[in-house]
Design a protein around this ligand. Structure first.
Ligand code: HEC
Ligand code: HEC
Length: 459
């Protein structure tokens, strides 16, 4: 059997980055989701596909989506921070964002269709190209001397990897805003986290109410506080807005009394929160400050806020108020009167909503190497077949492979890995490719690979 160099082992011999395998893509479409998770904002016309989310992954991590090649979505939504940012305000191409970045974990699993802190994007699809067209964030705004979205389309259309990727996903290499939106939304919806202590308990017990056997006593007490409404029973009422088991936000929430703004003014418009999963990372450190202002560094500060809402302000959700006193007057801000121990229990419960794979799974990671190079190897070695005929000088090797239909690739071979010979090939309508090359002198010492590599990476 001939040795074949594919995927990871390529990196030793080429400057190419992580391998994107379009024939055996990572699993985005069919990830396990607990059966008690029912809320899902996926529109019928944009289900997650493995190839679509793979394209989304590349776009998400590509700095070329910003006007000066310095900022990608992942600059402000970092995998190691639950796809949020430790910075209070994130750096864009010109200045910093007006609000704190939002975690993207489990963005799919909500009844709410609207996105952003103030719900201004009517769907996730619509949301995804707004940062690109934002003057501060990525700079293709088309205003004030910025290039416009059509300039980005022209820029990406000239990139060979995107010709291959769009062809593979959409059947031709045309790049449109709609296709960019669809792929980015598929990738964002694929980012999920269910390997948490909470989910372990929830799936064992089957419902939220009873104590979870895998929880500490403090976590179980915190769970009760989270679930129970405020009032005589003494709950904290969190579940009224952050609804388990998804922990998505009630689409009808008002604001929660955090009404400041990073520029010092007021902001009464924030009525959405990311889901409460992965507020802290697996090590227990916060994934950035909390709220649209990032004004609370810890969960304890968050709980202290709800324990004593500072004031009744414009747009405050009535659930965070209590009736006025006997002397009349309007509603008063909520006072939960939780003891220090109860506040600590509630924080302990919130920490059980953190998973681990979402921080490390390579399928959500940056596919570019340090030089910004991506390599797309489309064929696993099992799908390459070799046959030989003839003798001596005229001995030939026929190599048969399956690839993305109608896409051009490079077939490469090497006797000793010190250099590669290559010929361009194009897969037919069915994706079949066949090449005939001079056979190596010794069958055992030849290496073959079949890849799409950006031309520049090979020179
Ligand atoms: C310069 C930093 C920055 C960049 C770049 C950026 N974002 Fe964001 N993102 C933010 C901030 C800040 C918010 C919250 C903004 C607001 O609500 O006003 C946000 C919000 C979001 C949300 C809403 C989440 C929710 O639960 O409502 C999504 C989804 C998102 N970004 C995806 C993306 C994608 C996709 C890209 C790349 C095309 C991107 N972001 C680029 C900073 C950034
Ligand atoms: C009336 C609805 C409502 C209730 C009840 C409520 N929240 Fe919230 N929560 C919100 C809203 C709205 C936001 C976003 C506020 C902002 O950023 O200004 C939010 C934000 C948060 C955040 C920050 C999320 C992030 O990504 O930064 C945490 C944590 C949180 N709430 C925890 C709780 C806890 C714990 C309780 C119970 C003590 C609770 N909430 C009760 C509406 C509510």
């Amino acid at each position: 059997m001939l040795p074949l160099i594919v995927s990871g082992s390529l990196q030793a011999t080429t400057p190419a980055g992580v391998v994107i395998d379009l024939v055996n893509p990572d699993n985005y479409a069919d990830q396990p989701i607990p059966d008690y998770i029912t809320r899902d904002n996926t529109p019928p016309n944009n289900p997650i596909t493995d190839r679509g989310a793979t394209l989304g992954r590349v776009l998400f991590h590509d700095k070329r989506l910003s006007r000066n090649d310095t900022v990608s979505c992942s600059s402000c939504h970092r995998q190691e921070q639950g796809f949020s940012d430790l910075a209070v305000a994130s750096d864009g191409v010109s200045g910093t964002t007006g609000r704190h970045s939002m975690r993207l974990v489990n963005a799919r699993f909500s009844a709410e269709q609207h996105f952003f802190w103030d719900e201004r994007a009517v769907t996730l699809e619509v949301q995804t190209t707004q940062p690109i067209q934002d003057h501060v964030e990525m700079g293709f705004s088309g205003l004030d001397g910025d290039p416009g979205f059509s300039d980005l389309v022209a820029k990406l259309s000239a990139v060979e990897e995107y010709q291959v990727l769009f062809e593979a996903v959409y059947g031709d290499d045309g790049i449109t805003e709609n296709r960019v939106r669809r792929s980015l939304a598929q990738f964002v919806r694929s980012i999920q986290s269910f390997d948490t202590k909470y989910d372990e308990g929830r799936s064992t017990v089957g419902t939220d109410g009873p104590p979870f056997p895998n929880f500490t006593a403090a976590e179980n007490r915190g769970k009760q506080l989270f679930l129970a409404p405020p009032g005589p029973g003494g709950g904290a009422g969190c579940a009224g807005c952050h609804r388990p088991p998804e922990f998505d936000i009630d689409p009808n929430s008002g604001n929660n009394g955090v009404v400041g703004s990073l520029d010092g003014g007021d902001d009464f418009t924030v009525t959405r929160s990311p889901g409460l999963r992965d507020l802290v990372g697996p090590g227990g450190a916060s994934n950035g400050g909390f709220m649209h202002t990032a004004q609370f560094a810890t969960l304890e500060e968050v709980v202290a806020h709800y324990n004593a809402i500072p004031a009744v302000v414009t747009g405050l959700d009535p659930r965070l108020t209590r009736p006025g006193g006997p002397g009349g007057g309007g509603p008063q801000p909520q006072r939960l009167n939780l003891s220090a121990a109860q506040q600590s229990d509630l924080s302990a419960f919130l920490r059980t909503l953190t998973g681990s794979a979402v921080y490390t799974d390579p399928k959500w990671s940056d596919p570019f190497d340090g030089e910004g190079v991506l390599s797309l190897v489309v064929l696993p070695k099992e799908s390459i077949e070799l046959s030989f005929e003839g003798e001596g000088e005229s001995r030939l090797a026929t190599v048969s492979m399956t690839a993305v239909p109608n896409v051009g690739y490079l077939f490469q071979w090497s006797d000793d890995l010190s250099g590669w010979s290559s010929i361009p090939v194009t897969a037919d309508n069915q994706g079949a490719v066949e090449v005939e090359i001079a056979a190596p002198e010794s069958e055992g010492r030849a290496f073959y690979r079949f890849a799409y590599l950006p031309q520049a990476a090979l020179e």
